[in-house]
Structure formats: structure tokens, C-alpha cells
Ligand binder design. Structure first.
Ligand code: SF4
Ligand code: SF4
Length: 334
């Protein structure tokens, strides 16, 4: 069982589904313009007041591309009065002046996505020539202004041959950590799945091949490095839907923050309570008791099994012969 938190300690805000890039596997299916119904900054500030009162001490802000959101800098500074703030971006809009402005908001850390270690691979995925160079420059500007940087890398078939080059690149640019993340069947990624997804064996081989240079930390979202985090997860999408985690965005809708206090949703929604409880059919036999793996990620468990309590097939010990290259029809149609 998981600790039963009375209120969420951390909150992810997906501010917008607008982005200047056109990534082939964008989870949000972003376009260049905001979508109808996205909350404005005044609405986000009211929400931030509410959840800080209810105990939130960390905000993780993402998009789309959050730097496209009018009023973002103001919002970051607003969050940073009471909480650790972190931002996820593709980095191409960060020049020296923007890095300076971000630093002045009190931003604690930035996460910048790269989709390849070369312009050819990255720009080929992002769909915008020059985005690799701009993202690398964005990392350098953040580092130069004293903002700690994580480089994020989503593990696709196309990126595997460049993984170690990405680690070298991260170190050369001054990032202090790289997050190697599993690919989720969401948005445009599920439509491209046969082309970009890897089998579990291929994923594990890629993870084991990682050779980070000295001083560079690597975080990866496979067991046992990464455990189930539903127990403390809280997130709101661009339209004000409480969804628990951005990786659940297509599978749940716990209610609107426009009509309910997040804390009431947290305490009252039965599925949300269940996901946080850590009740699963099976955990990893070697370490579920000691390390609290709680069956792995609930998003991928649900995607492949259709049951919230199912084992996570991205986990070597819990995979049960599930072919990760074959997405269920139910997910493809959703
Ligand atoms: S940078 Fe991120 S938000 Fe923008 S299109 Fe690519 S995946 Fe989507
Ligand atoms: S769905 Fe997965 S990534 Fe999201 S909070 Fe739950 S375990 Fe963590």
C-alpha cells in the first residue's frame, strides 16, 4: 500500500497545446495555435492560490510549449513565491534574454527535450529545420544563467543509435542530468507506433548500453530505477481537467478545476483514489515490498491490458509476454 497523502504535494500544469514545432510523435497533438477552451493566466493564478493553500509545494509546468503561453513569466514568478518551480520546454525559444528572464522568476530547474544527437535526426522528428541548434543553444543559455538543466530523451527506434552521443552532448552543453523516458501510446505517437516503438528487449538493451560521461546523472523510467508515482501524482491539462498525471491524459477525466476544488477531486474521485492507493494485481516479486514498485506505471498497464490494476508490461519482470510493438485496437481507436 502507498502512503495515503491528505493532499497533493506536487502539481503538473499542462498550460497549452500550442507549439511552434510539429513533432511527429507529440503526445498532445499540438498545433501552432492554442486550442479553444485553454485556461488563461488569471485562471491559473486563482488555481495556484487554491492548491498552495491546500499544501502544494512544487509546480512542474509543461505544454505544448509553455513559453508560447502569454503571461508565462508572470505565472512562474507567481508559483515561485511559495513553491519549487520547474519547466519543460523544447528550448528553441530560449535566447540569452529569455534565460535571464526565466532565472529572475525564481525557476528552479528546466527540462529540455532533444529528439536526436544530430540536426538531421532531431529536426527530422521536430519538423522544423534549425530546431536542434536552437534547442542546444537554449540549454547553453540556461546553464550560463545558472538554471539547472535536465535533457529529456524519449526512447524511440530512431534515437537509440544516438543515445550515447546524446549523453555526451548533454555533458558538453552543461546539463547535469539526462532523463531517458519510455515512449507512451498517446497523441501522434500511437499513430506512428509501428515505426517508432521498440520491443521490451530492445528497450532494455538500449538502457544497458548507456555510458554516461563522469558527472552526468541519468534517470530512466524503467523499473527498478523508476517506481510507480501515482501515489502522489496531480496534474491539470490546458483546459482545466484534473487528470492526475499527464500520461493519463487520454484515459481519465477526474473533473474540472473550474467547478471543483482540486482537493475535493483528490479526495473524492474513486478511480483517482484507487490509482493512488497502489493496489495492483502483482508487483515485482524481488522488490515490491522493499522498494514500493506497486506494479509499475499505471498508464502503460492500462494501455496494454485495459485494467488499472494490471502489471506494467514495460517492466521486465511483469511483462508476461506482452508484445510492446502491438498496440491494442482499443488504444489505436481512442
Ligand atoms: S516540442 Fe513537445 S509539445 Fe511541441 S510538438 Fe514537440 S512534442 Fe509536442
Ligand atoms: S501514470 Fe505512470 S508516470 Fe503517471 S503518475 Fe502514475 S505511475 Fe507515474
Amino acid at each position: 500500500m502507498c502512503p495515503a497523502l491528505k493532499s497533493p504535494p506536487k502539481m503538473t500544469l499542462g498550460l497549452t497545446e500550442a507549439c511552434p514545432l510539429q513533432c511527429r510523435y507529440c503526445y498532445s497533438d499540438c498545433g501552432s495555435e492554442p486550442k479553444p477552451g485553454e485556461l488563461d493566466i488569471a485562471e491559473w493564478k486563482r488555481f495556484i492560490d487554491e492548491v498552495v493553500d491546500d499544501g502544494v509545494i512544487q509546480f512542474y509546468i509543461e505544454g505544448g510549449e509553455p513559453l508560447l503561453k502569454p503571461g508565462l513569466l508572470d505565472l512562474l514568478a507567481y508559483c515561485a513565491r511559495d513553491a519549487m518551480t520547474m519547466l519543460r520546454s523544447h528550448g528553441t525559444l530560449i535566447d540569452g534574454a529569455m534565460a535571464d528572464a526565466l532565472k529572475k522568476t525564481g525557476l528552479g530547474r528546466i527540462f529540455i527535450d532533444l529528439m536526436g544527437a544530430t540536426a538531421e535526426t532531431h529536426d527530422g522528428c521536430a519538423g522544423v529545420p534549425g530546431s536542434f541548434e536552437a534547442a542546444c543553444n537554449g540549454i547553453s543559455h540556461c546553464v550560463a544563467h545558472g538554471i539547472p538543466v535536465d535533457m529529456l530523451v524519449i526512447l524511440t527506434r530512431q534515437i537509440v543509435p544516438e543515445l550515447n552521443a546524446l549523453l555526451q552532448l548533454a555533458a558538453a552543453l552543461g546539463a547535469d542530468r539526462v532523463g531517458v523516458l519510455r515512449l507512451y501510446p498517446l497523441g501522434r505517437a500511437k499513430k506512428l507506433w509501428p515505426e517508432i516503438a521498440l520491443s521490451l528487449d530492445e528497450q532494455m538493451a538500449a538502457i544497458r548500453s548507456l555510458r554516461p560521461p563522469p558527472g552526468l546523472a541519468v534517470m530512466q523510467s524503467w523499473h527498478p530505477m523508476d517506481k510507480n508515482c501515482c501515489w502522489q501524482a496531480a496534474a491539470v491539462d490546458a483546459f482545466g481537467r484534473a487528470i492526475g498525471c499527464m500520461y493519463l491524459r487520454e484515459y481519465v477525466d477526474f473533473g474540472s478545476i473550474g467547478t471543483s476544488r482540486y482537493l475535493d477531486i483528490w479526495r473524492g474521485h474513486p478511480l483517482y483514489r484507487n490509482l493512488r492507493s497502489g493496489r495492483v494485481e502483482r508487483g515485482c516479486p524481488d522488490c515490491s515490498a522493499s522498494q514500493g514498485t506497486r506494479g509499475g506505471c499505471r498508464s502503460t498497464a492500462f494501455a496494454f491490458h485495459g485494467r488499472w490494476t494490471a502489471p506494467d508490461p514495460f517492466d521486465e519482470t511483469l511483462n508476461d509476454g506482452i508484445d510492446l510493438l502491438a498496440l491494442p485496437e482499443r488504444i489505436l481507436r481512442s
